[in-house]
Design a protein around this ligand. Structure first.
Ligand code: AMP
Ligand code: GLY
Length: 419
C-alpha cells in the first residue's frame, strides 16, 4: 500500500514511524515532511495547506490511503477533496473539522447537547464584548473563534487585559478573520488532561491519557508554546474519571456530531480540565495533538494503519486497539528564544547511543547534514515501566543530543510525578 501523510512536524514523524510497522506498506510519502522525517518517508515539497497540490500528488503517485494530520488542511477540506478523487482518508471532513475550526460552533454544540464546559457568551461586535467584560468576574478567558496557531486564547487577570485582547482580536485583527467573533468564558481551575480518541462516528476508542506542557519555561512559566513536552499516562486521569468522561463527554460528542449531520471520523482530541465540579471540556481538536502524539503512539501496541483503515471504513468496533501499560515521556528540544525570535541553521548531532525515539519537527537537510530550521526542533521520547524511569531516560538522551542554541524544559513530568 502507498500511504501519504499530510503535515511536517513531530506528530507526523511519530505517525509515520508507527505506520511503517505495517508489513503491507510499500511506500510512505510526507507532504511536506521535514529533514528528519526524510529518514522514514519520501518527502515532497508540497505545503499541507496546498489542497490542490496534495490531491494532484496523491493521484499522480497512485496513493491508496491518506492521513491528514494538521488542523488547517482538515478545516480547509483536504479529506473532502481526496475522497472526491476516490482516495480514502483518516481524518474528518470539513463539516466535522469545524469542531476545532470554530470555537463558537463547539461551544454552542456543548451547550445544546449538555456537554460540560465553561460558561460562556459569544460576540461578533467588539462594543458588546467590551460591555460584557465590564461586568464579568476576573480572571476571564477570551478566545478567538477561528484557528490562531494556538495563540488565540488569552487568560486575562484583569478587565483591562481582557479588553485589550478583544480589541486586538476584533479591531486590530491580529489573527485575521479568526478574530471576527470571540468567545468570552469563565476561568476554570484544575489539572488538565489531553485525551485523544479514535472514532468512526459509531464506536469511540479513547487512547492512553496524556499531559501536555504548554508553557515555555519550567514551573509552567513564560509564554504559551505549541507544547514543550508530554507524558503518558496522565496520573490525574483515574478509571472513575475515565468512565465519567466516556458517559458525559466522549459519547455525547460523537452523538451530537451525528445529530448535526457532521459525523466525525478520525482522531478527536478532548482538552479536559478536571474541576471540582467534574471534568469539563476546555477545547476540542479535530486531530492528533502535538506533542501528545509523541508519547501516545509509542505506547500503542496494535497496528496503527489497521486502526486508521477501520476508522475510515466504519469498522472501528472490530479493530484491535491496545496500549502498553508502560509510561512515556517526551522532552521537546527547541531553539533558544522560541516561541519568539530564534536563530536556525545549526547542525544537529544525534549520537548512536541515543536509545530514545527522536521525532523531528523543525529540521532540514543540507546534503547529509541535518540543520535546525524551526522553533521546536525535535522530541525525545523514552518508554519505560514507570514514568519516573521514562523521564530519566528521556533527559539522559536529550543531554546527548546537541545543536547550538538548544533549549529544553528541565521539569517535564515533574507535576505528574508529584501526585
Ligand atoms: P487552547 O489554545 O484552547 O488549548 O487553550 C490554551 C490553554 O488555555 C489551555 O490549555 C488551558 O490551559 C487554558 N484555558 C483555556 N480555556 C480556559 C478556561 N476556560 N479556564 C482556564 N484555562 C483555560
Ligand atoms: N498540544 C495541544 C495541541 O496539539 O493542540
Amino acid at each position: 500500500m502507498k500511504i501519504i501523510v499530510i503535515g511536517g512536524g513531530g506528530r507526523e514523524h511519530a505517525i509515520i514511524r508507527k505506520i511503517k510497522e505495517n508489513p503491507r506498506v510499500s511506500e510512505i510519502y510526507a507532504l511536506p515532511g521535514n529533514g528528519g522525517i526524510a529518514a522514514d518517508a519520501r518527502c515532497a515539497d508540497i505545503g499541507a495547506k496546498d489542497i490542490t497540490g496534495v490531491v494532484e500528488f496523491a493521484v499522480a503517485n497512485g496513493v491508496d490511503f491518506a492521513v491528514v494530520a494538521p488542523d488547517d488542511p482538515l478545516v480547509l477540506g483536504a479529506v473532502d477533496a481526496l475522497n472526491a478523487v476516490g482516495i480514502p482518508c483518516f481524518g474528518p471532513t470539513a463539516d466535522a473539522a469545524v469542531i476545532e475550526g470554530s470555537k463558537v460552533f463547539s461551544k454552542n454544540l456543548m451547550k445544546k447537547y449538555g456537554i460540560p464546559t465553561a460558561l460562556y457568551e459569544t460576540f461578533d461586535s467588539a462594543a458588546e464584548a467590551l460591555a460584557y467584560i465590564e461586568k464579568s468576574p476576573v480572571p476571564v478567558v477570551v478566545k478567538a473563534d477561528g484557528l490562531a496557531l494556538g495563540k488565540g486564547v488569552i487568560i486575562a487577570n484583569t478587565r483591562e487585559e481582557a479588553s485589550d485582547a478583544v480589541r486586538s482580536m476584533m479591531e486590530d485583527r491580529v489573527f485575521g478573520e479568526s478574530g471576527s467573533r470571540v468567545v468570552i468564558e469563565e476561568h476554570l481551575e484544575g489539572p488538565e488532561v489531553s485525551m485523544l480518541a479514535f472514532t468512526d462516528g459509531k464506536a469511540m476508542v479513547p487512547m492512553v491519557s496524556s499531559m501536555d506542557h504548554k508553557r515555555a519555561l519550567d514551573n509552567d512559566e513564560g509564554l504559551n508554546t505549541g507544547g514543550m513536552g508530554a507524558v503518558a499516562p496522565n496520573p490525574y486521569y483515574t478509571p472513575e474519571i475515565a468512565a465519567e468522561c466516556m458517559d458525559r463527554i466522549f459519547m455525547p460528542t460523537v452523538n451530537a456530531m451525528n445529530a448535526e449531520n457532521r459525523t466525525f471520523k478520525g482522531c478527536l482530541y478532548f482538552g479536559l480540565m478536571l474541576t471540582k465540579d467534574g471534568p469539563k471540556v476546555i477545547e476540542y481538536n479535530c486531530r492528533f495533538g502535538d506533542p501528545e502524539t509523541q508519547v501516545v503512539l509509542p505506547l500503542l501496541k496494535s497496528d496503527l494503519l489497521d486502526i486508521m483503515l477501520a476508522v475510515s471504513d466504519g469498522t472501528l468496533d472490530k479493530a484491535d486497539v491496545r496500549f502498553s501499560d508502560e509510561a512515556a515521556c517526551c522532552v521537546i528540544m527547541a531553539s533558544e528564544g522560541y516561541p519568539r525570535k530564534y536563530e536556525t541553521g545549526f547542525p544537529i548531532a544525534i549520537p548512536a547511543d541515543v536509545s530514545a525515539e527522536v521525532f523531528v519537527s523543525g529540521a532540514k537537510l543540507s546534503g547529509d547534514e541535518l540543520l535546525t530550521s524551526g522553533g521546536r526542533v525535535l522530541g525525545v521520547t523514552a518508554v519505560a515501566p514507570t514514568l519516573k524511569e521514562a523521564v530519566e531516560l528521556a533527559y539522559a538522551d536529550a543531554e546527548k543530543i546537541t545543536f547550538e542554541n538548544a533549549y529544553y524544559r528541565k521539569d517535564i513530568g515533574k507535576k505528574a510525578l508529584e501526585i
